[in-house]
Design a protein around this ligand. Structure first.
Ligand SMILES: [Zn+2]
Ligand SMILES: [Zn+2]
Length: 154
């Protein structure tokens, strides 16, 4: 089984919004994490360090189109960008129960759990071996498996 290719959210956000403006062959780096990239033309972007290529694609549902960066080898991340974006922005306020992603139709179960003395929202779906929760990072919030959660430092 091929390894999953990890793509930082910050790089994906940057390239989705600003990537199309770089000329083919132009180098740039993500302003948040400093990862070096090169525009390859035709909506393809090469991560300089590991030569991994990502392509800007649209996921279509209804009359909507949701842009994302897909690894060119076709291996999907564990959590789709659409789901991640929604859970990161709205997840903390969601009612417990079922939630279906409007873009990719993944079915999530929203609940909560007590971790390190804190009540946290949890999100599970088929295929994940443990629920995800919201982890406050240094610069932004991201999704982690509940066993990897660490409480924010004072
Ligand atoms: Zn980045
Ligand atoms: Zn989704």
């Amino acid at each position: 089984m091929a390894e999953r290719v990890i793509l930082n959210d910050c790089c994906e956000d940057w390239i989705i919004e600003w990537g199309p403006f770089y000329d083919k062959g132009m180098g740039f780096s993500c302003p948040e994490c400093g990862t070096a990239w090169r525009a390859e033309g035709e909506a393809r972007f090469r991560r300089v360090d590991d030569e991994q290529i990502f392509r800007r694609r649209d996921r279509r549902a209804g009359v909507g189109a949701f842009p994302y960066l897909g690894s060119e080898d076709g291996i999907e991340p564990l959590t789709e960008r659409c789901c991640a974006k929604i859970l990161l922005s709205q997840g903390a306020r969601m009612e417990p129960g079922d939630f279906t992603c409007p873009v990719c139709r993944t079915e999530w179960r929203v609940a909560s759990a007590r971790l390190h003395g804190l009540r946290l929202p949890t999100f599970s779906k088929r295929g994940l071996h443990e629920p995800l929760t919201l982890q406050q990072g240094r610069t932004r919030t991201f999704l982690v498996g509940v066993s990897h959660y660490s409480p924010p430092r004072e």
